[in-house]
Design a protein around this ligand. Structure first.
Ligand code: UDP
Length: 374
């Protein structure tokens, strides 16, 4: 234990009773929380209560991650889903506030940029409970994205801003966060911990996989809610798949949008149900290239040394683009096909470390423990 906790005296650890309330609700948050939960669990004097807002709720978008990543069963499940932004965030705020009053945790941990993140942070801040925001400082500079609003507001009311990259830390500095009463720290990306730990446990999905394939995902509201962008993306999939098949685990939002706009796919675009994290890691590792609009997947492509084409106008992970690991292709047929063509024919050197050392959960927990001692 003493080596794990570095310089913190053992006596203090044993006497300390730190309660952390973790608020999660969406798929990428389960993956990030798995890494920190594991470290909290190993720490004899820290206790975690998990509040699941219910934003993602079915077997394939939620339960599977708890089962296969060993995340403790949530202590509370608010079951709030299928609502518009206002009703969803409002109901979450009300539900989380009640739990925080009853549980009185020392810290509230929130992840990323969803409505669950903002609701958790708002509830905690009004109760004067210090907030740790994991994945702080990310910016797309597109205020039309609901995620951008959630992350900016959450950052401003958090006390511990754990940034995943130097870019994220610089964003906060430019916005004047050094003048606020908080700590901004570049610890690295907690998804790197998850990818390294679970990478060895990657599992082949139970489907016939072609020898070579591209892995694709699409789920961002700006793409699924715009039939022109959605059509362009799927036209690109149809065209590219004539050369190399595409495996596409379909997000429920995208499934609905494809039905609504009657977008057709060819047989070479294999639409499958969302897969668990272990299967996803297998697909990434065995793909030729990743096409996505997901934040998490852009980095996972890089962690597993795969080129990536991001079908968006901007990305929060600009260092991937700056270093040539990722090409941004606005949702337009020609731009996407050109980018894929270029990436498939470029040899990349992945030796640069952009997101820390894979000990991010430990750094975060140590910071909170040190703070709790003072
Ligand atoms: N993911 C998964 N199964 C899938 C699709 C994605 O496990 O069928 C994982 C993916 O590997 C990444 C995370 O979910 O770790 C990304 O979530 P998502 O794309 O929903 O959100 P974002 O990262 O854009 O916030």
């Amino acid at each position: 234990m003493s080596s794990y906790f570095g310089t913190i005296p053992k006596d203090y650890i044993l006497n300390l009773n730190m309660k952390i309330a973790t608020i999660i609700g969406a798929r990428p948050q389960f993956i990030k929380a798995a890494a920190l939960s594991r470290k909290i669990y190993q720490c004899p004097s820290a206790e975690e209560i998990i509040i699941h807002t219910g934003q993602h709720f079915d077997e394939k978008m939620s339960a599977i991650f708890f089962d296969e990543m060993g995340i403790p069963k949530p202590d509370y499940n608010l079951n709030i889903n299928g609502l518009g932004h206002g009703a969803m965030t409002g109901q979450m705020l009300e539900g989380i506030e009640k739990i925080l009053i009853d549980e009185s945790p020392d810290f509230v941990v929130v992840y990323g940029d969803t409505n669950s993140t903002l609701a958790g942070a708002l509830a905690a801040s009004k109760l004067h409970i210090p907030i740790a925001h994991i994945e702080a400082g990310l910016r797309s500079f597109n205020m039309k994205m609901p995620e951008e609003i959630n992350r900016i507001l959450t950052d401003r009311i958090s006390q511990f801003l754990f940034c995943p990259s130097q870019t994220a830390l610089t964003n906060l500095q430019k916005e004047g966060f050094d003048n606020f009463d908080n700590q901004t720290i570049n610890v690295g990306d907690i998804m790197y911990d998850a990818a390294m730990y679970f990478g060895n446990k990657a599992r082949k999905p139970e489907i016939d996989l072609p020898e070579k394939f591209i892995l694709a995902t699409v789920h961002r509201q700006e793409n699924t809610d715009d039939d022109c962008y959605l059509r362009s993306i799927f036209q690109a999939f149809n065209l590219i798949s004539t050369d190399i098949p595409i495996i596409l685990p379909l997000h429920p939002r995208t499934k609905k949008a494809l039905e609504k706009y009657q977008v057709q796919t060819t047989n070479e675009v294999l639409l499958i149900e969302p897969v668990g994290y272990l299967e996803m890691l297998y697909l990434i590792r065995n793909s030729e290239l990743v096409m996505t609009d997901s934040g998490g997947l852009q980095k996972e492509a890089y962690f597993f040394e795969k080129p990536c084409v991001t079908m968006r106008f901007e990305t929060e992970w600009t260092e991937l683009v700056d270093n040539g690991y990722n090409i941004l292709a606005t949702p337009n047929l020609e731009k996407i096909t050109d980018a894929v063509d270029k990436m498939l024919n470029t040899k990349l050197d992945f030796s640069k470390k952009l997101y820390g050392e894979g000990n991010i959960a430990e750094l975060i927990l140590r910071t909170l423990i040190s703070e709790n001692l003072t």
